[in-house]
Design a binder for this molecule. Sequence first.
Ligand code: GLA
Length: 361
Amino acid sequence: MKKQSISFLLALFLFTVCMPQLTGQTAEPTLKDAYRNYFPIGVAVNPFDLRDPLATLIKQQFNAITPANALKMGPVHPEENRYNWGPADQIVDFAVANGMKIHGHVLCWHSQAPAWIFTNEKGDTVSKEVLLARLKKHIFDVVGRYKGRIAAWDVVNEAIADEPNQFYRNNTWYRICGKDYIAKAFEYAHEADPNAILFYNDYNTEYPQKRDKVYRLLKELIDAGVPVNAVGLQGHWSIYEPSEKNLRDALDKYSSLKIGIMITELDVSVYPPEPEPRAIKPNETLAFTPELEKKQAEQYKMFFKVFREYKNVITGVTFWGATDGQSWLNNFPVRGRTNYPLLFDREMKPKQEAYKAVVDF
Ligand code: GLA
């Protein structure tokens, strides 16, 4: 064999053997390829995630994007007459350039809302009329800017109370407007972009008590003709919950409303859910033992098996971050406690067990 051919074969060998390791890829299919015939697989990002090597991983594995913070009211609209479009534009441009769907998050939420929206120049609380007018302007400006590029929006986030004897969350929106702010937000969003899919989004939506309240809210809105088209189940879950039964019951119940369902913020914590029962001391950091890895893989396997069965109602599954190192759960509910909730580890490598459990079926 000629010398050139030998060097060519050697180069080819090195490329095939070493490249997958360098890019963190395995012989497994990517997430978006494995779910091509089911639903888009998304990831929540901040602008600093869109640099290599993470950007490459995101492009390889995901076909949908949610801006994690950039479109929240506080970050995007810090003062009444000033918008901070830069971070959201960067994410939207990245998604469009790479042919990814964009899920807008979030138009009305009690958290990460700017203080100015609730108060006047004197610092007094504004009236319901003023607050709704400000909400309308905010929604028109934000939805209007990305019309045609952002096809779906979380319109209202977490408006239902966790307390068993309370229905609506007692937040500033509610204290000023009563429940009307919820329907109004959907009406404004629909007016701003009649083609957008409009979501109500919340957590713990699989626990029967909260599930039934979220269901009731959606049913009342739909019966009143409010343009809500879909429900977002955040999916901040753990290796302990929800059970398969609770997950299926929730999917059955929401789909009886004939609306879309998306898993909007998936992660699978290795710690027991808050509050009790607690098998672990609050500030104890766990190592990612083979036993935990196996438990997490089993849980991911169960979730995705159920998602696939419900592919006719599930419009997407989005992870809240790509790698364990980026996850908010390293700081919540205990600051600095290491967690391992996603499918890619801190070196951006797919997790042997959990990743396989999701893509091999
Ligand atoms: C909620 C919000 C998200 C995000 C997560 C935690 O679920 O909807 O925007 O803030 O909490 O990061």
